[in-house]
Design a protein around this ligand. Structure first.
Ligand SMILES: N[C@@H](CCC(=O)N[C@@H](CS)C(=O)NCC(=O)O)C(=O)O
Length: 203
């Protein structure tokens, strides 16, 4: 089995590394050099036709892409500790918060990265006004999350789950591209400190 990924600050491969660290699964990452555009090479596109990382290649040659799908695979082969919930309700809540993180938090961060960040300017056609507009969208997402996290220690409830992994990697990446958490988001900041103390967060 081979896990193709890229180091920090790439948020998606980090999600898998944190997930594996929480599970205690030792699977070193095979680096794909994104600065050299190796993720767009024919060799990597044969594993993942979108030319993205992470991708997991199984011993029989099956390639699984999409971060959450890769993590679900590991959850199935090693259920403990559970990171996608135990009961039907917990599982649904984790799923809900993973999707909300992807659509409501990661989307504005990704749009800012693609359309307003100088690093990506040389890689694609940017729509700067649209890119900049995502600052406020992300700020609104923070205000919303701050209220949610006033009521519970982790995003989907009382336990650390895949939803926390998705959100932590998103806010850390956002910070790196110049979108820090706002001072008002006190519960969100406290949550970030709490989950960042876990050894897996160093992955
Ligand atoms: N939906 C995908 C997103 C993967 C993704 O966007 N990965 C980034 C690195 S963090 C990437 O490969 N970007 C290059 C590109 O999209 O061309 C997932 O969850 O795995």
């Amino acid at each position: 089995m081979k896990l193709f990924g890229a180091p920090m600050p790439a948020p998606n491969p980090r999600r898998v590394r944190i997930f594996l660290a929480e599970k205690g699964i030792d699977l070193p990452e095979t680096p794909v050099d994104m600065r050299q555009r190796e993720h767009k090479s024919p060799e990597h596109r044969a594993r993942n036709s979108l030319g993205q990382v992470p991708t997991l290649e199984l011993d029989d040659g099956t390639c699984i892409s999409e971060t959450v799908s890769i993590c679900r695979y590991f959850e199935e082969i090693q259920p403990d500790p559970p990171l996608f919930g135990r009961t039907p309700v917990e599982k649904a809540l984790v799923d809900m918060w993973v999707r909300r993180t992807e659509f409501t938090v990661m989307m504005p961060v990704g749009n800012f990265w693609r359309h307003a960040h100088p690093f990506t300017a040389k890689l694609l056609t940017q729509f700067q006004d649209f890119g900049e507009s995502n600052r406020e969208t992300y700020a609104g997402a923070q205000r919303w999350l701050d209220k949610e996290l006033a009521e519970r220690p982790f995003l989907a409830g009382d336990s650390f789950t895949m939803a926390d992994i998705c959100l932590l990697t998103t806010v850390d990446f956002a910070d790196w591209i110049g979108l820090p958490l706002t001072d008002e988001a006190k519960n969100l900041k406290a949550w970030r400190e709490r989950v960042s103390e876990r050894p897996s967060a160093r992955a």
